[in-house]
Design a protein around this ligand. Structure first.
Ligand SMILES: *Cc1c(COP(=O)(O)O)cnc(C)c1O
Length: 352
């Protein structure tokens, strides 16, 4: 606390990211990173950027990257916004598209960065409870609002929402922007990017951090109607002209160009997720149906915080949220087969 702080800073309750421990040899299943490295073509592209050209500023418009994403998703470059990770893209979306007179709506259990952006940008919000089975019921979002946002599949539950329901939600709310945060969509959902030409109030946000193994490079993007994108560009150009550096742009372009590597890693992760789910169920855990690269699980008789602590003593880190409704759940990132086997074996041998 300091008297030098602005009034706003005194009110902030910042996001706390999952731990990035400095010790090696840990089995790190707490932040939904990809257990496989990026495509070798990405690493090659990054090396090629390491030249004297770094004395120059990068392209403020990120034109080449936008073109690569446009080609991949069959949309126009003007329908694309790019940023320093999707967290930055989301932040600009709150300020540019979700800050209106009425409160915005999002689920009670969801990405915990949303309330933080509301605090930073002074946006009112109302949370809408998920169903008993942790699903989103789009009819619950039929009320006056300044915008709607949620991840699909949702985080930290992993539960997906069908495209038909998303269409219904958008049609029920023609005067609001609906932001779908698709951080995990590649692991099993259907993207709403196919709907952006149909609905001028739909913004789809994605990241290269999870399915494309590039959390450390920081690239995220949004796809939507050109007017929504123009609003985001106005905020971005009032904040930082160069959020995507030479390395980030080149690495991201190369990632989109290596489809076969992408498909291979996705397939491995989905197979491991299915195996991990079955193994946890064998140990008596309840596991929510996941379309993501993590599972959300609880044991009927064992305390989640105790299990998490016990795993940590075995050098395995998972994520526990000390929050109403989900404090008996653990969110476990799908690692390699070997990492998931070590987790199951620790749960079994330590009787956690
Ligand atoms: C990981 C995650 C993001 C942020 O990803 P970036 O690394 O900032 O691109 C956004 N939304 C959800 C729901 C996430 O889990």
């Amino acid at each position: 606390m300091s008297d030098y702080w602005s009034k706003l800073v005194h009110t902030l309750d910042p996001y706390v990211p999952g731990e990035q421990p400095k010790i090696s040899n840990l089995i790190k299943l707490n932040t939904n990173e990809n257990p496989y490295g990026p495509s070798p073509k990405v690493l090659h592209a990054l090396k090629a950027e390491s030249t004297d050209k770094l004395r120059l500023y990068p392209d403020p418009g990120s034109d080449k990257l936008k073109q690569a994403i446009a080609d991949y998703y069959n949309v126009k470059p003007k329908q694309i916004f790019v940023g320093n990770g999707s967290d930055e893209v989301l932040a600009h979306s709150f300020q540019a598209l979700l800050k209106h007179d009425k409160p915005i709506l999002y689920p009670d259990i969801t990405y915990s960065f949303y309330p933080v952006y509301c605090g930073l940008y002074q946006i009112d919000y109302e949370t809408i409870p998920l169903s008993k089975s942790f699903g989103i019921n789009v009819d619950d979002y039929r009320k006056p609002n300044g915008g709607i946002i949620f991840p699909n599949p949702n985080a930290p539950t992993g539960v997906g929402l069908a495209l038909d329901s998303i269409k219904q939600l958008i049609e029920n709310n023609p005067d609001s922007v609906v932001v779908i945060d698709e951080a995990y969509i590649d692991f099993g959902g259907n993207t709403a990017i196919t709907l952006v030409d149909q609905y001028p109030n739909l913004l789809v946000v994605q990241t290269l951090s999870k399915s494309r193994s590039l959390a450390g490079l920081r690239v995220g993007f949004a796809i939507g109607n050109t007017q929504l994108i123009e609003g985001l560009e106005r905020v971005k150009n009032s904040f930082n002209s160069y959020p995507v550096d030479f390395f980030a742009a080149a690495g991201a372009i190369a990632a989109f160009e290596d489809e076969s590597y992408f498909q291979q890693t996705l397939k491995k992760i989905i197979n491991t997720r299915d195996k991990l789910t079955a193994d946890l169920k064998n140990l008596g855990f309840e596991v929510l149906p996941s379309q993501a690269n993590f599972v959300f699980t609880r044991h009927p008789d064992k305390d989640a915080a105790t299990i998490s602590q016990g795993l940590r003593e075995q050098d395995i880190i998972v994520r526990h949220f000390n929050k109403e409704r989900i404090d008996q759940f653990l969110r476990i990132t799908v690692g390699t087969d070997k990492e998931c086997e070590a987790l199951i074996s620790a749960l079994t041998s330590q009787q956690l």
